[in-house]
Design a protein around this ligand. Structure first.
Ligand SMILES: Nc1nc2c(ncn2[C@@H]2O[C@H](COP(=O)(O)OP(=O)(O)O)[C@@H](O)[C@H]2O)c(=O)[nH]1
Ligand SMILES: [Mg+2]
Length: 244
């Protein structure tokens, strides 16, 4: 069974539409999943919207933080919940409608492979494989992400071209094995590098990241500073100690 983990912080402009689009996939495609919101102390009406839809849809769960604890802590709580409750696959996606839900069936298909097994351990929706990209995203973010990913790939010797994508599907075994230390957006890079080091099989499929239309991005330039100690640590793990 699939768990879709969606961290959200003040996303009243998007969560309703996201729930609708996911409900459509469930109804049209017959894909089985539960949706797990990790609502991180939102001060707008995100909570009320989620609670309203929970009355209608038994497949929505709501993990609530009383105050804002950050994206990484929220993701980790959502993932722990999924592990504790026996889900086989864990999909992470943003709540701001920049990650098209229509891609989910394909991601599940890739991870399962033919006849239900033999697929991959992780499927990353990637901006940097053929057919992928970004649409209407501010130019500085496009360059930052592109240059950052090329840099991480070269320095850390990884194969994944979009190591920072927040739209990905993993087998539960990945999270049973890997412990994540990051406390902010850099958690995706940590997850990619550690997954490669453990030998998990990763598949990237193209996706176009759309620009956010509602609400505000919580990304701040100072978050970039977090990548420095993480990159150094991952470099050491990979090339000096050769283990975690
Ligand atoms: N739970 C939680 N989610 C967050 C936090 N910051 C951002 N998010 C969510 O993470 C996703 C990506 O954040 P966003 O602000 O869109 O960053 P960007 O896509 O890099 O510009 C969105 O779904 C946000 O609601 C946070 O502090 N806590
Ligand atoms: Mg966003």
């Amino acid at each position: 069974m699939l768990a879709i983990v969606v961290p959200c912080y003040n996303e009243e402009g998007s969560v309703e539409e996201l729930i609708r689009e996911l409900a459509e996939i469930k109804e049209d495609g017959g894909l089985e999943f539960d949706l797990i919101f990790v609502n991180d102390g939102s001060t707008d009406s995100t909570r009320e919207i989620i609670e309203k839809y929970m009355e209608e849809h038994g497949w929505i769960r709501h993990i609530r933080h009383d105050f804002n604890m950050g994206l990484a802590k929220s993701l980790k709580d959502g993932i722990s919940f999924a592990l504790e409750n026996g889900y086989d696959y864990i999909l992470q996606m943003d709540s701001d409608l920049t990650h098209p839900p229509s891609l989910i069936p394909e991601m599940v298909g890739e991870i399962e492979g033919d006849e239900g097994y033999g697929g991959y351990d992780m499927v990353i929706a990637s901006r940097y494989v053929r057919g992928g990209g970004m649409k209407d995203v501010p130019v500085w973010r496009v360059y930052l992400s592109r240059v950052g990913n090329i840099f991480f790939r070269m320095l850390l010797g990884i194969e994944t071209s979009d190591a920072t994508s927040g739209y990905r599907l993993s087998r539960r075994q990945v999270f049973e094995k890997i412990s994540l230390e990051s406390d902010s957006f850099q958690i995706q890079l940590e997850l990619t590098v550690k997954s490669e080091m453990y030998g998990f099989r990763i598949k990237e499929i193209p996706f176009i990241l759309k620009s956010r239309e509602k609400g505000e991005s919580k990304f701040r330039l100072r978050i970039l500073l977090n990548y420095i100690p993480l990159t150094l640590k991952l470099f050491r793990y990979r090339f000096v100690k050769n283990r975690f």
